[in-house]
Design a protein around this ligand. Structure first.
Ligand code: GAP
Length: 434
């Protein structure tokens, strides 16, 4: 994990937030490559979950909602972690992370740990100029509630009837007591949530299974190693009382298995609670059967920062390579081509030859509208090394022969094999492989 964190900083994937002031725990910034990587991950989710389906509509709700939302959702009463402080070293722990309540794991003192106290994980803010309680609001801890409270607005305006889904990607905030493991547990993060509403016709568990399958397919399509991914089925005891089924999608990170996504059967709980707290009718009225009902909800909720981190960790490889007679090692990110921040690197063999530079620049400019490209120049070995480290699937080298035969050398990141390809055929060659 240390190597990956160092690479993420060195190559501009992820930086600690406000680093020049010493950083701030649980917040991160995405650099030039990381911002593209995360956008590609979100686009991949959006493409499969919204654009390629005719039964899911898009949505984007505000981060701050009416405070009653969080009473209805149960977050005010129950979104707690039990917290323990050490009176000696002042360090703070989650009670469920402590092996013993007698001794502080950091300073080793006995009898210095406080009783567990409940700590609400919602971030608070104040609306308007008066910071009294009437102005108190929360930054949303999940995007889902924005969907639930708009259920009627959405199905009426989009003219949808269950089974159909509503999807959104957006920021969420949780005042985690122990943020850590790089971007795995943050205080500000992005979620991609699908809320799929089904009629009470006895097919809700079928829909649950269908979504589990669709999500399995998604991870497989984007190249996550199957032996590092598992779909853990929650037992009845682990599920909330209203849920008929639940699955945690987990990835094997360097520190162990960690949750990427939860897929949950949520019954009618969320809509029922908002009906109760708002006094508004959020039931669905089916014109055809003249029946009114509260739809059953199947939810898929994935963390986009955790998924981006997964792509980075999963892609990371160090391997021995033979260059001519020499045995060396290289670091390579084997990103799926659709996720890779740069898809094609283009360089001239020598940066002090204007003819080569000009040709390389014009080839790169011609490819740019179709692919994510990067022009670079310098020592050939270092150029390949850099592109391997940022996970660029193909590199195109313009050499002296190019000026005569209008062909270029294309190097494949994974096999390191090189092909000679005519300049005219290059876009089709790359498109086929990317
Ligand atoms: N609406 C359901 C919901 O929010 P959750 O299991 O609490 O369910 C869903 O969160 C996903 O959001 C998690 O699987 C994880 O990927 C992401 N997530 C939750 N807390 C996070 C945190 N502190 N940092 C980064 N991602 C987080």
């Amino acid at each position: 994990m240390e190597e990956i964190t160092a690479l993420a900083k060195r190559r501009g994937f992820i930086f600690q937030s406000s680093e020049i002031y010493g950083g701030i725990g649980g917040f991160f910034d995405y650099g030039p490559l990381g911002a593209v990587l995360k956008r590609n991950v979100k686009d991949a989710w959006w493409r499969e979950m919204v654009e390629r389906r005719d039964d899911v509509v898009a949505f984007d709700s505000s981060i701050i909602m009416h405070p009653r939302t969080w009473e209805a959702s149960g977050h005010v009463a129950a979104f707690h972690d039990a917290l323990i402080d050490c009176r000696n070293c002042k360090h703070r722990f989650r009670a469920d992370h402590l092996a013993s309540l007698d001794k502080c794991p950091d300073c080793g003192m006995s009898g210095t740990l406080t009783e567990p106290r409940n700590f609400n994980l919602m971030m608070r803010t104040a609306i308007g100029p008066m910071e009294d309680t009437s102005a108190q609001a929360y930054l949303r801890p999940e995007t889902a509630q924005g969907i639930f409270v708009n259920f009627k607005n959405i199905y009426q305006s989009a003219r949808k009837k269950p089974p159909f889904g509503i999807a959104q990607i957006g920021k969420s905030f949780r005042n985690e007591i122990t943020p850590g493991n790089f971007t795995y547990r943050q205080r500000e993060f992005e979620q991609a949530e699908l809320e799929f509403f089904v009629p009470p016709d006895g097919k809700d568990l079928e829909w649950f299974d269908r979504w589990v399958k669709a999500r399995k397919q998604w991870y497989s399509d984007y190249g996550v190693q199957p032996d590092r991914l598992r779909f853990y089925e929650l037992t009845e005891k682990e599920r909330p009382f209203y849920a008929k089924a639940g699955i945690d999608v987990e990835y094997l990170f360097p520190w162990g298995w960690g949750e990427l996504e939860s897929i949950a059967h949520r019954g009618t709980y969320d809509l029922d609670r908002h009906i109760e707290y708002s006094g508004k009718d959020l039931q669905f009225f089916d014109e055809a059967s003249k029946q009114k009902y509260t739809p059953i909800l199947i939810e898929s909720s994935a963390g986009m920062d955790r998924t981006t981190l997964t792509m980075l960790v999963d892609a990371y490889h160090r391997e021995a390579v033979t260059e001519g007679e020499k045995q060396t090692e290289r670091t390579v990110l084997r990103f799926h081509p659709k996720i890779a921040p740069v898809q094609v690197g283009v360089f001239p063999l020598a940066r002090n030859k204007p003819d080569l530079v000009e040709r390389a620049r014009s080839i790169e400019a011609a490819l740019r509208p179709r692919f994510r490209t990067q022009y670079d120049e310098g020592n050939v070995g270092q150029l390949y090394r850099r592109q391997d480290e940022i996970g660029t699937p193909f590199c195109v080298m313009i050499d002296f022969e190019t000026l005569d035969d209008a062909a270029v050398t294309v190097r494949d990141r994974d096999s390191m094999k090189q092909d000679r390809v005519s300049q005219d055929a290059l876009p089709a060659y790359l498109a086929e492989r990317l």
